[in-house]
Design a protein around this ligand. Structure first.
Ligand code: OSB
Ligand code: MG
Length: 353
């Protein structure tokens, strides 16, 4: 993949953990979005793999009956590890829905047939390189541009993009928690650029900091890392810590918790959009199903497969006219291409009851 730089890391290769569940009726697939190192959040790939094998699956094997809806309760005694839990729950749900012939979108209650597609643009070495990258995505048809920012790469790149592409492009920024409360006045200078939102300006734990920040800046604050449950979303909204929520199923423990967050936000009049974690087609397809819910009113970080991957694990997900179609097949609605998975597989573990 093309290198993707954020305030927390540079990603040039992605090791992907796929979970495949086999039941008597069907098989189900899911992608674990944990990254190599615990820099975006505390979870990381090897840890996720270990907690799935040693702590999550034994709890499912011990259950008399299993359904996607039951997984959350069975895994609740295990603290945290939401990305790992999400992968397990989604694979079980996918198998169940494939056996029933029901798309995940329908199961979740989604009605949209396509989703407005935005693209996340990493931190570049120079502003001209950034402008080239943004131009390429706008030419491709992406409906919204998100710029990764960090101290030293914020006002100037945003100003340059506005200057070059005008007021009409939909633009937002993501700090991945790189700023502090003391940076409020600095961040307020972003207000002149008409940004749709600023994502996760402060530390994951500093919910109250956003309440303070919101008194100083006019750009709406959207939370990503800080929201790991529906309860968090409720609390952030109640206290005024955010005006918008980014929902990532991995971060919050799965698609069912994602739907609860969607519902909490909808009830409070808070718009949501689907975040991304550089997923392959497996994770991307499931995110599309979720993003078809009615309160996903802002463009999502669900771009085409070719934004990151020359060769996806599935048939490529494509974007046309700034939109990506919600899959219509049963379950997540997409399958890994066996030869591609075989070729790229570096390790495989079979865990049985
Ligand atoms: O903060 O939204 C984020 C990628 C990896 C980890 C965190 C984030 C991101 C992105 C890219 O912004 C989203 C995508 O295109 O998948
Ligand atoms: Mg983010």
């Amino acid at each position: 993949m093309a290198p993707f730089r954020t305030s927390f890391a540079v990603e040039t290769n992605r090791d992907v953990l796929l979970v495949r569940v086999e039941t008597a009726e069907a098989q189900g697939w899911a992608e674990c979005v944990a990254m190599d190192s615990p820099l975006y959040s505390s979870e990381y790939l090897d840890g996720a793999q270990q907690v799935i094998s040693d702590h999550l699956l034994p709890r499912l094997f011990a259950a008399d009956e299993l359904s996607g809806a039951a997984v959350g309760g069975l895994l609740a005694p295990v603290r945290g590890h939401r990305m790992a839990k999400s992968a397990v729950e989604t694979a079980v749900l996918d198998a169940e829905l494939r056996a029933m012939g029901m798309p995940l979108s329908q199961y979740l209650g989604a009605t949209a047939t396509e989703v407005v597609s935005g693209v996340s643009v990493g931190i570049q070495d120079t502003v001209p390189e950034l402008l080239d990258a943004v131009e390429e995505y706008l030419d491709a048809g992406y409906a919204r541009i998100k710029l990764k920012i960090e101290p030293g790469w914020d006002l100037a790149p945003v100003a340059a993009v506005r200057e070059r592409f005008g007021e009409d492009i939909v633009l937002q920024v993501d700090a991945n928690s790189a700023y502090h409360r003391a940076d409020a006045r600095h961040l307020a200078q972003l207000d002149t650029f008409g940004l749709l939102l600023i994502e996760q300006p402060l530390a994951e734990e500093d919910l109250a900091g956003n309440v303070e920040l919101a008194k100083v800046i006019r750009t709406p604050i959207c939370l990503d890392e800080s929201i790991v449950s529906a309860q968090d979303a409720y609390e952030a909204i109640r206290t005024g810590a955010c005006a918008i929520v980014n929902i990532k199923p991995g971060r919050v423990g799965g698609y069912l918790e994602s739907r609860r967050i969607h519902d909490v936000c909808a009830a409070a009049g808070i718009p949501v959009w689907a975040g991304g974690m550089l997923e392959t087609g497996i994770g991307r397809a499931a995110n599309l199903a979720l993003a078809g819910l009615s309160n996903f009113t802002l463009p999502s970080d669900i771009s085409a497969s070719d934004r990151y991957y020359a060769q996806d694990l599935t048939e490529p997900i494509t974007m046309t006219g700034g939109r990506v179609a919600v899959p219509t097949g049963p379950g997540i609605g997409i399958d890994p291409i066996p030869e591609v998975v075989t070729e790229l597989t570096t390790a495989r573990t079979v865990i049985q009851p």
